[in-house]
Design a protein around this ligand. Structure first.
Ligand SMILES: Nc1ncnc2c1ncn2[C@@H]1O[C@H](COP(=O)(O)OP(=O)(O)OP(=O)(O)O)[C@@H](O)[C@H]1O
Length: 363
């Protein structure tokens, strides 16, 4: 891995103006989809983003590949500010076109991202025609056959002549993956790319991504709501898992540390919520004080998890934790990682209305 990150997000934020209700005459609401996220993505790196629905995974992924303009902070590709390149402002060393080609996406639903009226051959020829206009038509076809064979779609000539509706969901997703790879990208955002597949096909698709990642020297940002899948992909690729909560990246690190030694109380909740990863003897109740997820238009002050966190103390209500570096690429935003923080001398948060718990049958 070279010293310069492939993509670097520095304090990135994406705030959307949310629609107000019909009879809501207040100021426009703002959804803080991504807030203060810093993250470096290297060459041949894999970062699996996990978190509850709506926590900002997709928005962060799209921001990292230059598809979503940040409302604050910066996003660099090999040291070039992506949006300066797009706007032509400042010294532009890497043209925006080059950045666009290098940062690709595959979507959750490949069916809707493939043109239903185009055969596989036409779909796969399009990026080559655009990015390698000098390539002869014979070479283009040879390249496409090679890729179809690489993802196990043989006989390739047969698949090349099919329309998307003549392919299974898994095959459609492979075509979407080839289409992205034909651009010779440095980074692919796989946005819930396996969620729509049958459970039995998900591991196959992850194995394929891992194989192609090595073969084509590509990095992946993999968005998933499933911590077990994130672990599979990140651990096989020697990558990291990033945990998001209400727009913030609250913990990031090597998969075994995130799963076996999570430092943020919310990461423990996610592990608890993943049956495959729950440890023997873990409580039947989720490790939270409150199961309700706050409104992303009005996130809690201080640490955003304090309204649900079983470890919350008064200090967590007023200040937002910085990102503590625990070494080996493991970072966490929780005061409990700072032995000297006021957190330790402040009183625990008490709820006015504690969450009802299942009565203990022994009492
Ligand atoms: N274009 C938009 N305009 C307004 N709000 C948006 C827009 N895109 C996303 N949001 C909001 O931003 C927040 C984060 O959304 P995002 O899709 O990034 O989350 P996610 O973690 O990927 O969710 P999911 O797992 O459900 O896809 C959500 O509250 C969502 O409603």
């Amino acid at each position: 891995m070279s010293d310069e990150p492939l993509v670097s997000l520095e304090n990135a934020e994406v705030h959307f103006e949310a629609e107000s209700g019909l009879f809501d005459f207040s100021d426009t609401d703002v959804v803080r989809a991504v807030d203060g996220v810093s993250l470096d993505i290297g060459e041949q790196d894999v970062v699996a983003l996990v978190g509850e629905s709506g926590c900002g995974k997709t928005t962060l992924g799209k921001t990292a590949i230059g598809l979503q303009r940040p409302t604050g902070g910066s996003v660099n590709y090999r040291g070039q500010d992506i949006w300066d390149a797009k706007d032509g402002s400042g010294d532009v060393d890497i043209p925006y076109n080059e950045i666009r080609r290098s940062l690709q996406i595959i979507h959750q639903d490949p069916g809707s991202s493939l043109n239903p009226n185009r055969k596989v051959l036409g779909t796969l020829e399009a990026p080559l025609k655009r990015w390698q206009p000098d390539m002869s038509s014979g070479d283009r076809r040879r390249e496409i056959v090679k890729m179809l064979e690489a993802v196990g779609m043989t006989p390739a000539a047969d698949y090349a002549g099919r329309y998307p509706h003549q392919l299974s969901g898994g095959e459609q997703q492979r075509i979407a993956l080839i289409r992205a790879l034909l651009m010779d990208p440095d980074l692919i955002l796989a946005d819930e790319a396996i969620s729509a597949l049958d459970v039995s096909l998900r591991v196959d698709m992850m194995d394929l991504m891992l194989e192609l990642q090595g073969q084509f020297n590509t990095s992946f940002v993999f968005v998933s709501h499933d911590l077990a899948n994130a672990r599979y992909l990140a651990s096989h690729a020697g990558g990291r898992i990033g945990v998001m909560y209400l727009g913030e990246l609250i913990e990031v690190g090597p998969p075994e540390q995130i799963i076996n030694d999570p430092q943020h109380p919310y990461t423990k909740v996610l592990r608890w919520a993943t049956p495959d990863l729950r440890t023997v003897g873990e409580a039947e109740e989720p490790p939270v004080r409150n199961i309700d997820i706050p409104d992303p238009k009005n996130p809690p002050s201080g640490c955003r998890f304090h309204t649900r966190c079983p470890e919350a103390r008064d200090a967590c209500m007023g200040q937002s934790p910085e990102s503590y570096d625990l070494g080996s690429g493991h970072r966490v935003r929780c005061f409990r990682s700072d032995d000297d923080h006021d957190y330790w001398s402040s009183p625990p948060v008490t709820d006015d209305e504690p969450t009802p718990r299942t009565p203990d049958p022994s009492t």
